[in-house]
Design a protein around this ligand. Structure first.
Ligand code: GLN
Length: 479
Protein backbone atom coordinates (compact mmCIF):
# COMPACT_ATOMS: atom_id res chain seq x y z
CA UNK A 1 0.00 0.00 0.00
CA UNK A 2 1.20 3.54 -0.74
CA UNK A 3 2.38 5.35 2.40
CA UNK A 4 0.14 8.20 1.23
CA UNK A 5 -2.84 6.22 2.56
CA UNK A 6 -1.59 5.84 6.11
CA UNK A 7 -2.31 7.93 9.18
CA UNK A 8 0.26 10.14 10.89
CA UNK A 9 -0.02 7.96 14.02
CA UNK A 10 0.99 4.85 12.12
CA UNK A 11 3.71 6.55 10.06
CA UNK A 12 5.21 8.03 13.22
CA UNK A 13 5.71 4.55 14.64
CA UNK A 14 7.24 3.25 11.42
CA UNK A 15 9.55 6.26 11.14
CA UNK A 16 10.69 5.95 14.75
CA UNK A 17 11.56 2.28 14.29
CA UNK A 18 13.49 3.22 11.12
CA UNK A 19 11.37 0.81 9.09
CA UNK A 20 10.71 3.66 6.66
CA UNK A 21 12.24 7.06 6.00
CA UNK A 22 10.54 10.41 5.54
CA UNK A 23 11.71 10.50 1.91
CA UNK A 24 9.62 7.35 1.22
CA UNK A 25 6.48 9.14 2.43
CA UNK A 26 7.18 12.29 0.43
CA UNK A 27 7.94 10.19 -2.65
CA UNK A 28 4.67 8.24 -2.34
CA UNK A 29 2.73 11.47 -1.85
CA UNK A 30 4.37 13.06 -4.91
CA UNK A 31 3.39 9.99 -6.90
CA UNK A 32 -0.24 10.36 -5.81
CA UNK A 33 -0.06 14.06 -6.58
CA UNK A 34 1.17 13.28 -10.11
CA UNK A 35 -1.79 10.98 -10.61
CA UNK A 36 -4.55 13.15 -9.11
CA UNK A 37 -3.57 16.79 -8.84
CA UNK A 38 -4.40 17.58 -12.48
CA UNK A 39 -8.03 16.87 -11.68
CA UNK A 40 -8.24 18.09 -8.08
CA UNK A 41 -5.95 21.16 -8.16
CA UNK A 42 -5.53 21.33 -4.40
CA UNK A 43 -2.11 22.99 -4.44
CA UNK A 44 -1.16 26.54 -5.36
CA UNK A 45 2.56 26.01 -4.88
CA UNK A 46 4.60 22.85 -4.50
CA UNK A 47 8.39 22.66 -4.37
CA UNK A 48 9.14 18.95 -4.79
CA UNK A 49 12.89 19.23 -4.41
CA UNK A 50 12.61 21.32 -1.26
CA UNK A 51 10.19 18.79 0.27
CA UNK A 52 12.49 15.86 -0.57
CA UNK A 53 15.52 17.76 0.77
CA UNK A 54 13.66 18.56 4.02
CA UNK A 55 12.66 14.89 4.29
CA UNK A 56 16.31 13.85 4.03
CA UNK A 57 17.16 16.06 6.98
CA UNK A 58 14.19 15.03 9.14
CA UNK A 59 14.78 13.87 12.69
CA UNK A 60 12.44 10.97 13.35
CA UNK A 61 12.82 11.20 17.12
CA UNK A 62 10.72 14.39 17.17
CA UNK A 63 6.90 14.21 17.59
CA UNK A 64 6.24 14.98 13.91
CA UNK A 65 9.72 14.09 12.68
CA UNK A 66 9.56 13.52 8.91
CA UNK A 67 5.78 13.88 8.61
CA UNK A 68 4.79 15.97 5.55
CA UNK A 69 2.07 18.57 6.09
CA UNK A 70 0.40 20.84 3.53
CA UNK A 71 -0.30 24.48 4.43
CA UNK A 72 -3.19 26.75 3.49
CA UNK A 73 -1.97 29.65 1.39
CA UNK A 74 -2.81 32.30 4.00
CA UNK A 75 -0.10 31.28 6.48
CA UNK A 76 3.34 32.85 6.29
CA UNK A 77 6.10 30.33 5.61
CA UNK A 78 9.48 32.06 5.45
CA UNK A 79 10.58 32.58 1.84
CA UNK A 80 7.47 30.94 0.32
CA UNK A 81 4.76 32.74 -1.61
CA UNK A 82 1.72 33.54 0.54
CA UNK A 83 -0.93 34.48 -1.99
CA UNK A 84 -4.21 34.09 -0.06
CA UNK A 85 -5.34 33.04 -3.56
CA UNK A 86 -5.46 36.72 -4.49
CA UNK A 87 -3.96 38.63 -7.36
CA UNK A 88 -3.12 41.41 -4.92
CA UNK A 89 -0.44 39.26 -3.27
CA UNK A 90 1.19 38.26 -6.55
CA UNK A 91 4.93 38.08 -6.10
CA UNK A 92 4.80 38.47 -2.31
CA UNK A 93 7.20 36.26 -0.34
CA UNK A 94 6.68 35.66 3.36
CA UNK A 95 9.38 37.39 5.42
CA UNK A 96 8.91 35.18 8.50
CA UNK A 97 7.30 31.97 9.78
CA UNK A 98 3.85 32.07 11.35
CA UNK A 99 3.98 30.69 14.91
CA UNK A 100 1.98 27.62 13.81
CA UNK A 101 4.60 26.97 11.13
CA UNK A 102 7.49 27.51 13.55
CA UNK A 103 5.86 24.98 15.90
CA UNK A 104 5.46 22.43 13.11
CA UNK A 105 9.13 22.88 12.25
CA UNK A 106 10.15 22.49 15.91
CA UNK A 107 8.17 19.25 15.99
CA UNK A 108 10.13 18.03 12.96
CA UNK A 109 7.41 18.25 10.28
CA UNK A 110 8.26 18.52 6.59
CA UNK A 111 6.30 21.30 4.87
CA UNK A 112 4.67 20.07 1.69
CA UNK A 113 3.19 22.71 -0.57
CA UNK A 114 0.60 25.46 -0.21
CA UNK A 115 -3.07 24.74 -0.65
CA UNK A 116 -5.76 26.61 -2.53
CA UNK A 117 -8.52 28.60 -0.84
CA UNK A 118 -11.19 31.20 -1.43
CA UNK A 119 -9.52 34.58 -1.81
CA UNK A 120 -8.61 35.86 1.69
CA UNK A 121 -10.64 32.92 3.09
CA UNK A 122 -13.93 34.48 1.96
CA UNK A 123 -16.20 31.78 0.63
CA UNK A 124 -17.53 28.26 1.07
CA UNK A 125 -16.55 26.59 -2.20
CA UNK A 126 -12.98 27.63 -3.15
CA UNK A 127 -14.49 29.06 -6.34
CA UNK A 128 -13.41 32.55 -5.22
CA UNK A 129 -9.73 31.68 -5.71
CA UNK A 130 -7.88 33.84 -8.24
CA UNK A 131 -5.62 30.84 -8.87
CA UNK A 132 -8.25 28.48 -10.28
CA UNK A 133 -10.89 26.24 -8.75
CA UNK A 134 -10.32 23.09 -6.69
CA UNK A 135 -12.47 20.01 -7.33
CA UNK A 136 -13.96 17.60 -4.83
CA UNK A 137 -11.97 14.33 -4.83
CA UNK A 138 -15.18 12.29 -4.47
CA UNK A 139 -16.85 13.86 -7.49
CA UNK A 140 -14.92 16.25 -9.71
CA UNK A 141 -18.07 18.02 -10.89
CA UNK A 142 -18.55 19.31 -7.33
CA UNK A 143 -16.98 21.89 -5.03
CA UNK A 144 -14.68 20.79 -2.18
CA UNK A 145 -16.20 23.34 0.22
CA UNK A 146 -14.29 26.35 1.46
CA UNK A 147 -12.50 28.35 2.25
CA UNK A 148 -9.83 25.72 3.13
CA UNK A 149 -10.96 23.72 0.08
CA UNK A 150 -7.44 22.94 -1.12
CA UNK A 151 -6.44 21.55 2.29
CA UNK A 152 -9.59 19.42 2.53
CA UNK A 153 -9.41 18.15 -1.05
CA UNK A 154 -5.73 17.25 -0.59
CA UNK A 155 -6.38 15.29 2.62
CA UNK A 156 -9.64 13.71 1.40
CA UNK A 157 -8.07 12.96 -2.00
CA UNK A 158 -5.07 11.23 -0.38
CA UNK A 159 -2.56 13.69 -1.83
CA UNK A 160 -1.65 15.04 1.63
CA UNK A 161 -1.59 13.23 4.97
CA UNK A 162 -2.74 16.33 6.79
CA UNK A 163 -3.00 20.05 6.22
CA UNK A 164 -3.45 23.27 8.14
CA UNK A 165 -6.47 25.41 7.47
CA UNK A 166 -8.10 28.46 9.03
CA UNK A 167 -11.67 28.74 10.23
CA UNK A 168 -13.46 32.08 10.63
CA UNK A 169 -17.02 30.86 10.07
CA UNK A 170 -16.61 27.21 9.15
CA UNK A 171 -13.69 27.15 6.73
CA UNK A 172 -12.03 24.08 8.23
CA UNK A 173 -15.10 22.08 9.23
CA UNK A 174 -17.34 22.56 6.19
CA UNK A 175 -14.73 21.53 3.57
CA UNK A 176 -13.60 18.67 5.86
CA UNK A 177 -17.22 17.44 5.93
CA UNK A 178 -17.59 17.73 2.16
CA UNK A 179 -14.29 15.98 1.40
CA UNK A 180 -14.59 13.16 3.96
CA UNK A 181 -11.90 14.19 6.42
CA UNK A 182 -11.58 15.35 10.02
CA UNK A 183 -11.44 19.12 10.60
CA UNK A 184 -10.88 20.77 13.96
CA UNK A 185 -11.57 24.40 14.83
CA UNK A 186 -9.92 24.89 18.21
CA UNK A 187 -11.15 27.26 20.92
CA UNK A 188 -10.42 30.91 20.10
CA UNK A 189 -7.04 31.53 21.73
CA UNK A 190 -5.83 27.92 21.64
CA UNK A 191 -3.47 28.35 18.66
CA UNK A 192 -1.54 31.52 17.88
CA UNK A 193 -2.79 33.51 14.89
CA UNK A 194 0.57 35.25 14.46
CA UNK A 195 1.50 35.00 10.80
CA UNK A 196 -1.99 34.03 9.64
CA UNK A 197 -3.17 36.69 7.19
CA UNK A 198 -6.06 38.20 9.14
CA UNK A 199 -9.62 38.06 7.80
CA UNK A 200 -11.74 38.70 10.92
CA UNK A 201 -9.37 38.74 13.88
CA UNK A 202 -11.97 38.09 16.59
CA UNK A 203 -13.13 34.91 14.79
CA UNK A 204 -10.09 33.44 12.98
CA UNK A 205 -8.50 30.24 14.27
CA UNK A 206 -5.93 27.93 12.68
CA UNK A 207 -6.58 24.20 12.87
CA UNK A 208 -5.73 20.81 11.40
CA UNK A 209 -7.42 18.78 8.63
CA UNK A 210 -6.54 15.09 8.93
CA UNK A 211 -7.73 11.59 8.02
CA UNK A 212 -8.32 10.50 11.62
CA UNK A 213 -9.26 12.00 14.97
CA UNK A 214 -6.03 10.77 16.52
CA UNK A 215 -4.03 12.65 13.87
CA UNK A 216 -6.05 15.76 14.65
CA UNK A 217 -5.05 15.46 18.33
CA UNK A 218 -1.40 14.92 17.38
CA UNK A 219 -1.34 18.14 15.36
CA UNK A 220 -3.27 20.10 17.97
CA UNK A 221 -0.72 19.04 20.61
CA UNK A 222 2.07 20.42 18.43
CA UNK A 223 0.28 23.69 17.60
CA UNK A 224 -1.46 24.75 20.81
CA UNK A 225 -0.08 27.09 23.43
CA UNK A 226 0.64 30.64 24.46
CA UNK A 227 2.55 32.90 22.09
CA UNK A 228 3.82 36.34 23.14
CA UNK A 229 3.18 37.47 19.52
CA UNK A 230 -0.57 36.87 19.92
CA UNK A 231 -2.03 38.26 23.12
CA UNK A 232 -5.31 36.45 22.60
CA UNK A 233 -3.60 33.07 23.11
CA UNK A 234 -4.37 31.30 26.32
CA UNK A 235 -1.80 31.10 29.09
CA UNK A 236 -2.41 27.52 30.22
CA UNK A 237 0.41 24.97 30.14
CA UNK A 238 0.99 23.01 26.91
CA UNK A 239 -1.21 19.93 26.77
CA UNK A 240 -1.02 16.66 24.92
CA UNK A 241 -4.42 15.71 23.60
CA UNK A 242 -6.04 12.29 23.43
CA UNK A 243 -3.32 10.46 25.32
CA UNK A 244 -5.97 8.29 26.89
CA UNK A 245 -8.23 6.69 24.37
CA UNK A 246 -10.99 5.13 26.42
CA UNK A 247 -13.13 4.62 23.34
CA UNK A 248 -16.16 4.91 25.57
CA UNK A 249 -19.00 7.42 25.48
CA UNK A 250 -20.77 5.89 28.48
CA UNK A 251 -22.35 8.49 30.72
CA UNK A 252 -21.67 11.31 28.24
CA UNK A 253 -24.50 13.87 27.97
CA UNK A 254 -24.90 14.72 24.30
CA UNK A 255 -26.99 17.80 23.53
CA UNK A 256 -29.07 17.88 20.35
CA UNK A 257 -29.89 21.52 19.53
CA UNK A 258 -33.25 21.71 17.83
CA UNK A 259 -32.22 24.73 15.73
CA UNK A 260 -29.68 22.55 13.88
CA UNK A 261 -32.25 20.33 12.21
CA UNK A 262 -34.05 22.66 9.87
CA UNK A 263 -36.63 22.38 7.11
CA UNK A 264 -34.97 22.26 3.70
CA UNK A 265 -31.83 20.49 4.85
CA UNK A 266 -30.69 17.47 2.86
CA UNK A 267 -32.59 14.34 3.94
CA UNK A 268 -29.63 11.96 3.67
CA UNK A 269 -27.50 14.33 5.76
CA UNK A 270 -30.17 14.57 8.44
CA UNK A 271 -30.64 10.79 8.52
CA UNK A 272 -26.88 10.13 8.85
CA UNK A 273 -26.53 12.64 11.68
CA UNK A 274 -29.57 11.28 13.55
CA UNK A 275 -28.13 7.78 13.20
CA UNK A 276 -24.89 9.02 14.72
CA UNK A 277 -26.86 10.37 17.67
CA UNK A 278 -28.48 6.91 18.02
CA UNK A 279 -25.02 5.33 18.06
CA UNK A 280 -24.06 7.54 21.02
CA UNK A 281 -27.25 6.51 22.81
CA UNK A 282 -26.74 2.80 22.12
CA UNK A 283 -23.27 3.07 23.54
CA UNK A 284 -24.33 4.51 26.86
CA UNK A 285 -24.56 8.27 26.26
CA UNK A 286 -27.68 10.24 27.18
CA UNK A 287 -29.23 12.44 24.52
CA UNK A 288 -30.45 15.79 25.85
CA UNK A 289 -32.72 18.14 23.88
CA UNK A 290 -31.28 21.64 24.02
CA UNK A 291 -32.05 24.96 22.39
CA UNK A 292 -29.71 27.66 21.08
CA UNK A 293 -32.46 30.22 20.44
CA UNK A 294 -30.33 32.92 18.79
CA UNK A 295 -29.05 30.59 16.05
CA UNK A 296 -31.27 32.14 13.35
CA UNK A 297 -29.45 35.49 13.79
CA UNK A 298 -25.97 34.03 13.45
CA UNK A 299 -25.48 34.49 9.71
CA UNK A 300 -26.60 38.12 9.81
CA UNK A 301 -24.41 38.86 12.83
CA UNK A 302 -21.43 37.17 11.21
CA UNK A 303 -21.76 39.07 7.93
CA UNK A 304 -21.74 42.35 9.84
CA UNK A 305 -18.87 41.61 12.21
CA UNK A 306 -16.68 39.59 9.85
CA UNK A 307 -16.99 42.14 7.04
CA UNK A 308 -16.36 45.05 9.43
CA UNK A 309 -13.16 43.44 10.66
CA UNK A 310 -12.16 42.44 7.13
CA UNK A 311 -12.59 45.99 5.83
CA UNK A 312 -10.07 47.16 8.44
CA UNK A 313 -7.68 44.22 8.06
CA UNK A 314 -7.55 44.43 4.28
CA UNK A 315 -6.82 48.17 4.26
CA UNK A 316 -3.12 47.28 4.40
CA UNK A 317 -3.17 45.97 0.82
CA UNK A 318 -2.70 49.30 -0.87
CA UNK A 319 0.18 48.79 -3.29
CA UNK A 320 2.72 50.23 -0.88
CA UNK A 321 3.97 47.38 1.27
CA UNK A 322 2.67 44.05 0.01
CA UNK A 323 2.62 42.32 -3.35
CA UNK A 324 1.00 43.99 -6.31
CA UNK A 325 1.38 47.68 -7.19
CA UNK A 326 -0.52 49.39 -10.00
CA UNK A 327 1.74 50.63 -12.80
CA UNK A 328 2.55 54.35 -13.19
CA UNK A 329 0.18 55.84 -10.62
CA UNK A 330 -0.71 59.52 -11.07
CA UNK A 331 -0.72 60.12 -7.32
CA UNK A 332 -1.16 58.17 -4.10
CA UNK A 333 -4.95 57.93 -4.36
CA UNK A 334 -4.67 56.60 -7.88
CA UNK A 335 -2.15 54.04 -6.57
CA UNK A 336 -4.54 52.82 -3.85
CA UNK A 337 -7.54 52.87 -6.10
CA UNK A 338 -6.10 51.00 -9.04
CA UNK A 339 -4.07 48.52 -6.97
CA UNK A 340 -7.18 47.52 -5.03
CA UNK A 341 -9.55 47.58 -8.02
CA UNK A 342 -7.25 45.38 -10.06
CA UNK A 343 -6.00 43.19 -7.23
CA UNK A 344 -9.13 42.15 -5.31
CA UNK A 345 -11.77 39.78 -6.68
CA UNK A 346 -15.53 40.49 -6.58
CA UNK A 347 -16.32 38.69 -3.29
CA UNK A 348 -13.53 40.45 -1.42
CA UNK A 349 -14.72 43.80 -2.79
CA UNK A 350 -18.28 43.00 -1.74
CA UNK A 351 -17.12 42.30 1.81
CA UNK A 352 -14.95 45.42 2.05
CA UNK A 353 -17.86 47.55 0.87
CA UNK A 354 -20.29 45.89 3.30
CA UNK A 355 -17.82 46.18 6.18
CA UNK A 356 -17.07 49.82 5.47
CA UNK A 357 -20.79 50.54 5.34
CA UNK A 358 -21.63 48.91 8.69
CA UNK A 359 -18.82 50.87 10.34
CA UNK A 360 -19.61 54.20 8.72
CA UNK A 361 -20.76 57.20 10.74
CA UNK A 362 -24.45 57.00 11.51
CA UNK A 363 -24.68 53.24 10.93
CA UNK A 364 -22.35 51.82 13.59
CA UNK A 365 -25.08 51.68 16.24
CA UNK A 366 -27.68 50.20 13.94
CA UNK A 367 -25.43 47.45 12.58
CA UNK A 368 -22.04 46.93 14.19
CA UNK A 369 -22.98 47.58 17.85
CA UNK A 370 -26.25 45.72 17.57
CA UNK A 371 -24.47 42.74 16.03
CA UNK A 372 -21.96 42.78 18.91
CA UNK A 373 -24.85 42.55 21.37
CA UNK A 374 -26.43 39.63 19.56
CA UNK A 375 -23.03 37.94 19.45
CA UNK A 376 -23.05 38.09 23.27
CA UNK A 377 -26.46 36.39 23.30
CA UNK A 378 -25.22 33.64 20.99
CA UNK A 379 -22.30 33.05 23.33
CA UNK A 380 -24.70 32.84 26.29
CA UNK A 381 -26.84 30.30 24.43
CA UNK A 382 -23.82 27.98 24.36
CA UNK A 383 -22.96 28.60 28.01
CA UNK A 384 -26.51 27.72 29.03
CA UNK A 385 -26.57 24.62 26.83
CA UNK A 386 -23.33 23.36 28.36
CA UNK A 387 -24.90 23.50 31.81
CA UNK A 388 -26.96 20.46 30.87
CA UNK A 389 -24.66 18.56 28.50
CA UNK A 390 -20.98 17.77 27.83
CA UNK A 391 -21.01 18.37 24.11
CA UNK A 392 -23.38 19.18 21.26
CA UNK A 393 -24.00 16.99 18.24
CA UNK A 394 -25.10 18.58 14.95
CA UNK A 395 -24.60 18.27 11.21
CA UNK A 396 -21.55 20.22 9.97
CA UNK A 397 -23.19 21.33 6.73
CA UNK A 398 -26.87 21.24 5.78
CA UNK A 399 -26.03 19.33 2.58
CA UNK A 400 -23.25 17.42 0.84
CA UNK A 401 -20.98 19.02 -1.79
CA UNK A 402 -22.91 21.00 -4.40
CA UNK A 403 -22.09 21.36 -8.10
CA UNK A 404 -19.37 23.71 -9.30
CA UNK A 405 -20.86 26.99 -10.49
CA UNK A 406 -24.23 26.35 -8.85
CA UNK A 407 -24.03 29.26 -6.37
CA UNK A 408 -21.42 31.62 -7.76
CA UNK A 409 -24.08 34.08 -8.86
CA UNK A 410 -26.01 33.91 -5.59
CA UNK A 411 -23.87 35.08 -2.64
CA UNK A 412 -26.72 34.73 -0.13
CA UNK A 413 -27.24 31.10 -0.99
CA UNK A 414 -23.48 30.57 -0.68
CA UNK A 415 -23.52 32.20 2.79
CA UNK A 416 -26.16 29.70 3.95
CA UNK A 417 -23.65 26.85 3.57
CA UNK A 418 -22.30 27.89 6.98
CA UNK A 419 -25.49 28.00 9.07
CA UNK A 420 -24.26 25.24 11.37
CA UNK A 421 -20.65 26.34 11.76
CA UNK A 422 -20.75 30.14 12.14
CA UNK A 423 -22.23 30.37 15.67
CA UNK A 424 -19.30 28.38 17.03
CA UNK A 425 -16.85 31.05 15.82
CA UNK A 426 -19.04 33.82 17.23
CA UNK A 427 -19.01 32.06 20.62
CA UNK A 428 -15.32 31.06 20.43
CA UNK A 429 -15.91 27.36 21.21
CA UNK A 430 -14.04 24.37 19.77
CA UNK A 431 -15.74 22.04 17.28
CA UNK A 432 -14.73 19.07 15.19
CA UNK A 433 -16.19 17.68 11.98
CA UNK A 434 -15.73 14.00 11.18
CA UNK A 435 -17.14 11.63 8.57
CA UNK A 436 -20.46 10.02 9.57
CA UNK A 437 -21.66 8.45 6.33
CA UNK A 438 -22.06 8.82 2.60
CA UNK A 439 -24.97 9.71 0.38
CA UNK A 440 -26.28 7.21 -2.17
CA UNK A 441 -24.12 8.96 -4.75
CA UNK A 442 -21.02 8.41 -2.58
CA UNK A 443 -20.58 11.95 -1.25
CA UNK A 444 -19.19 12.29 2.30
CA UNK A 445 -21.39 13.56 5.15
CA UNK A 446 -19.93 15.33 8.20
CA UNK A 447 -20.91 15.18 11.86
CA UNK A 448 -20.06 18.16 14.07
CA UNK A 449 -19.27 17.82 17.78
CA UNK A 450 -19.10 21.16 19.61
CA UNK A 451 -17.42 21.45 23.01
CA UNK A 452 -17.37 24.01 25.82
CA UNK A 453 -14.52 26.54 25.60
CA UNK A 454 -11.19 24.72 25.95
CA UNK A 455 -13.07 21.42 25.87
CA UNK A 456 -11.06 20.01 22.94
CA UNK A 457 -10.16 16.89 24.92
CA UNK A 458 -13.85 16.07 25.38
CA UNK A 459 -14.76 16.36 21.72
CA UNK A 460 -11.62 14.52 20.60
CA UNK A 461 -12.41 11.64 23.01
CA UNK A 462 -15.99 11.38 21.79
CA UNK A 463 -15.05 11.76 18.12
CA UNK A 464 -12.36 9.12 18.46
CA UNK A 465 -14.80 6.68 20.09
CA UNK A 466 -17.32 7.30 17.29
CA UNK A 467 -14.66 6.88 14.61
CA UNK A 468 -13.49 3.57 16.10
CA UNK A 469 -17.05 2.27 16.01
CA UNK A 470 -17.33 2.94 12.24
CA UNK A 471 -15.23 2.60 9.14
CA UNK A 472 -16.18 5.79 7.28
CA UNK A 473 -12.66 7.17 7.57
CA UNK A 474 -11.24 4.16 5.75
CA UNK A 475 -13.29 4.61 2.60
CA UNK A 476 -11.22 5.79 -0.37
CA UNK A 477 -12.35 8.29 -3.01
CA UNK A 478 -12.69 6.95 -6.57
CA UNK A 479 -9.34 6.70 -8.40
N1 GLN B 1 -17.75 30.77 4.39
C1 GLN B 1 -17.57 31.78 5.40
C2 GLN B 1 -17.23 33.10 4.75
O1 GLN B 1 -17.22 33.15 3.57
C3 GLN B 1 -16.51 31.35 6.36
C4 GLN B 1 -15.15 31.56 5.86
C5 GLN B 1 -14.08 31.16 6.80
O2 GLN B 1 -14.31 30.47 7.79
N2 GLN B 1 -12.89 31.65 6.52
O3 GLN B 1 -16.97 34.07 5.41
Amino acid sequence: MSLAHESIASLRRRLASKEIHSRDIVRDLLQQIDAREKTIHAYTHLDREAALAAADKANSSLPLGGIPIAIKDNLNVLGDPCTCASKILEGYKAPYDATAIARLRQAGAVLLGRTNMDEFAMGSSTENSALGITRNPWDSSRIPGGSSGGSAAAVGGRIALAALGSDTGGSIRQPAALCGCVGLKPTYGRISRYGLVAFASSLDQIGPLTRTVEDSAILLSALAGHDPHDNTTDLRKPETFLTEKSGSVKGLRVGIPKEYFIPGMDAETEAAVRQSADWFKKNGATLVDVSLPHTPSAIAVYYILATAEASANLARFDGVRYGRRAADPRDVLDLYHRTRSEGFGPEVKRRIILGTFVLSAGYTDAYYRKAQKVRGMIRQDFEKAFASCDLLLTPTSPEPAFKLGERTQDPLKMYLADVFTISVNLAGNPAISLPCGFTKSNLPIGLQLIGPRFGEEKILQAAHAYEQGHDWHQRLPPA
